[in-house]
Design a protein around this ligand. Structure first.
Ligand SMILES: Cc1cc2nc3c(=O)[nH]c(=O)nc-3n(C[C@H](O)[C@H](O)[C@H](O)COP(=O)(O)OP(=O)(O)OC[C@H]3O[C@@H](n4cnc5c(N)ncnc54)[C@H](O)[C@@H]3O)c2cc1C
Length: 408
């Protein structure tokens, strides 16, 4: 195990500065335009692909950084640039991680390259779990996958919603019910290959923030995929289901919704996105407060303004430390005995909402207009307390983990 240090190593600093340069020179200048257009910023994704930021290699390098800080550092810098565009760039990575975590080597090798495409023909991927009646309550999922043994195919039916890149993705990763008696233990993930008949985009949502990121329903109407599209393979699934059935029988109770406790290791990444947005708004507010004059002096000369900035920066730094701790724990295989992953996401996302609102206040009338970026950052920040588990669900996970009680 590496010696404890609060310092990034030279290689990490180099990557951070390179990402910051891309965020400052390419993402930030494009942010307002794509927010207004509410469209996927394909040219920016292409630019990211050209320099190697939009690729599996880059994502894998950060993912396997032994310190655990590769992903949080990358997320913070890209989301500092702009949350909507950054989500368009990293959204594919979230689907790719689903395949990396559960897929066989062959599935990883076949599908992940098709998720990204190449710099001349970029593609995106989508991870589809949420449904109209199954958001926080993942166990209520209805999308059904039934095995057709004669053809070695899975037949999938259902409606997914709020899928980032849903319908425009080259490859969709879809979570579906394979055994309805097992709650979330009876779920499995499937690859829907490009152009599969029956898989289509439903409604595209007009959103409050992160408007450059495409969010839509995905309709699955008698979608047939080969047996090889079941992530991890049939044998592994059958073993897992047999174990879950055995456990359910022994316990004599409905299998508990495990999905609430999953994602503990991926939540710090969302916390890092929130830190990026919060830091961006704080920097704009600090600069404004030192240059804007009222009553013959910069507004930061007033404690009422300066103390707000002091609190904003303190909370951002605290959020980052929670994110880094959880990321370090994940990579070192430390058990999350106090739901430290959820803690980091909860604190960072609430901080982003608060800090971006304070930034608007510090910019006064200008803060409320689209002439300045903090208005957009505040709209963007609202997503962090909602996706990958709402703040209430994070508190539920933390409270259950701390107490061991089935708190509702
Ligand atoms: C922009 C965007 C992108 C998204 N991208 C994806 C994606 O790529 N893939 C995907 O699968 N999903 C995605 N989602 C879905 C997202 O994960 C869900 O919206 C989220 O999990 C919350 O579910 P819900 O919206 O159904 O809210 P609900 O679960 O209906 O919750 C509504 C409110 O009730 C509260 N609540 C619910 N249960 C409890 C409880 N037990 N205790 C206390 N409070 C509770 C919640 O905290 C919330 O405040 C995305 C959503 C958005 C908005």
């Amino acid at each position: 195990m590496a010696e404890f240090t609060m310092e990034l190593n030279d290689e990490q600093k180099e990557v951070r500065d390179w990402l910051h340069g891309f965020a400052a020179d390419v993402i930030r200048p494009a942010a307002a335009e794509w927010d207004e257009r509410e469209e996927t910023p394909w040219p920016v994704i292409q630019e990211a692909a050209k320099v190697g930021i939009y690729s599996l290699d880059f994502y894998a390098q950060q993912y396997f950084d032994a310190s655990g800080l590769g992903i949080p550092m990358a997320m913070e810098e890209l989301f500092w640039g702009d949350a909507g565009i950054a989500l368009s760039i990293v959204g594919t990575g979230l689907a790719a991680v689903g395949v990396l975590a559960n897929g066989t080597d062959e599935q990883i090798g076949t599908w992940i390259p098709q998720m990204y495409g190449d710099a001349n023909d970029v593609k995106v991927a989508a991870f589809c779990s949420s449904e109209p009646d199954a958001g926080s309550d993942v166990a209520s999922m209805r999308t059904r996958a039934v095995y057709d043994e004669a053809k070695d195919e899975w037949v999938i039916n259902g409606t997914k919603t709020w899928a980032t890149n849903g319908g425009i993705a080259n490859v969709h990763v879809v979570v579906a019910v394979v055994d309805p008696d097992l709650g979330s233990k009876g779920h499995a993930s499937f690859i829907i290959p490009p152009g599969t008949p029956g898989c289509s985009q439903g409604q595209k949502f007009k959103k409050h923030g992160i408007r450059a990121s495409h969010t839509a329903e995905v309709i699955l109407d008698n979608v047939r995929v080969p047996g090889s599209c079941l992530l991890g393979g049939k044998e592994k699934l059958d073993e897992r289901l047999a174990r879950a059935r055995e456990k359910a029988k022994k316990g004599g109770e409905r299998v508990r919704n495990a999905a609430m406790a999953t994602f503990e290791a991926s939540r710090p990444a969302v916390g890092a996105m929130a830190v990026g947005t919060a830091r961006a708004a704080y920097e704009v507010a600090l600069e404004y407060a030192t240059t804007r004059e009222q009553f013959g002096r910069p507004i930061i000369d007033n404690q009422g303004v300066a103390f707000q900035l002091a609190d904003m920066r303190t909370q951002i730094d605290a959020a980052r430390l929670l994110v880094w701790r959880a990321s370090w724990m994940a990579v070192n295989g430390k058990p999350f005995t106090a739901a430290e992953g959820s803690m980091s996401k909860l604190f960072a996302s609430e901080t982003a909402k608060k800090v971006t609102a304070q930034a608007i206040q510090i910019l006064g009338g200008n803060g409320y207009t689209r002439e300045y970026p903090v208005e957009r950052m505040h709209r963007d920040a609202a997503i962090y307390t909602i996706f990958e588990g709402t703040s209430e669900i994070q508190r539920l996970v933390i409270a259950r983990t701390l107490s061991g009680m089935p708190i509702r």
